[in-house]
Design a protein. Structure first.
Length: 308
């Protein structure tokens, strides 16, 4: 009887071990299949992305300076530093360069006269400059349009009434609006500065068609815009020497401001937000330690009841 019981127990142990080994093998097989499925789906996704990029992605090709232009020269602009803003004296000179040189062909569609108040000029100075231009307004009581002097709420006057007239006056190339030109070009202010100061005589063997000018920083090296800045072409009000590089620097600063007039306020607000967040973080850490210190340091002591 004892031998029979022992034999049955051994058979049960063997069956259990067989079931256990079968279960382990099944789990291993399932895990292996899962890993294979994950790896296959990953490879398929990577392959589809590679195929999509190959078909619809940008074409990579070696570019020569003649095609893309020379790389712009990097300059130290104060407004691009973390804790500095615009040089307002430079902005005032830059607006003078724009008004006396650039405004003959280029517009500032997104800048109104009121935007200059407190930035480059006083309110009275801006009102006087705006009144020098006439704007069409109306209709009046008789339904007719009329001309009136400019006001602070008016936007900068455009040199041409429409794009077609701008093209016709500039050999088919319409001068771009300068409100967003700094951030709208690769390289930003560095590219604009290099372009304004990069006019040179074409090298030997290079033919420049009539109406075009050679500038190695412009893609294709041929640009319809003639050289706009020369030494002493502008007489600054503050007595600064009006070299080509100085005038280019000032007008680029002004155009950068025209692109981001809220930059100084944004930096100031960011500094205030970081200060408040730092104080709140310090208070939160102190409050957390104040509340959790007794909980972390307390001890639980078991006292055996005293039998009476």
């Amino acid at each position: 009887m004892f031998h029979l019981f022992k034999k049955k127990s051994e058979m049960l142990k063997f069956a259990r071990s067989g079931v256990r080994s079968f279960t382990q093998q099944a789990e291993q097989t399932s895990n292996r299949r899962t890993n294979i499925a994950v790896a296959s789906s990953t490879l398929l996704s990577v392959g589809m992305l590679a195929l999509y990029y190959n078909v619809y992605g940008p074409k990579l090709s070696a570019a020569s300076p003649k095609e893309e232009g020379l790389h712009f020269i990097k300059h130290d602009w104060p407004q691009e530093k973390l804790l500095k803003g615009y040089d307002h004296a430079s902005l005032r000179r830059g607006f003078q360069v724009y008004r006396e040189v650039c405004s003959a062909c280029h517009a500032l569609d997104y800048i109104a006269w009121r935007h200059l108040v407190g930035v480059t000029h006083t309110a009275d100075e801006v009102k006087e400059m705006a009144s020098e231009y006439e704007y069409e307004d109306g209709p009046d009581d008789e339904g007719k349009m009329f001309k009136r002097p400019g006001k602070l709420s008016d936007f900068m006057p455009a040199p041409y009434p429409n794009v077609e007239s701008a093209r016709g006056a500039n050999n088919g190339a319409a001068p771009p609006d300068l409100s967003l030109v700094v951030r709208g070009r690769h390289g930003g202010p560095d590219y604009i500065y290099s372009l304004l100061t990069g006019y040179v005589d074409p090298p030997a063997g290079v033919e420049v068609p009539d109406g075009m000018n050679f500038n190695p920083f412009f893609p294709g090296t041929q640009i319809a815009m003639a050289r706009p800045l020369f030494d002493e072409a502008v007489e600054f009000e503050d007595g600064t020497t009006a070299t080509t590089s100085q005038a280019a620097k000032d007008v680029v600063n002004f155009l950068h401001w025209a692109n981001e007039p809220e930059l100084d306020q944004r930096k100031k607000m960011g500094f205030q937000v970081m200060t408040v967040l730092t104080i709140l973080t310090a208070l939160s850490m102190w409050y957390k330690r104040f509340k959790w210190a007794p909980i972390k340091n307390r001890k639980i002591v078991y006292q055996r009841p005293v039998s009476k």
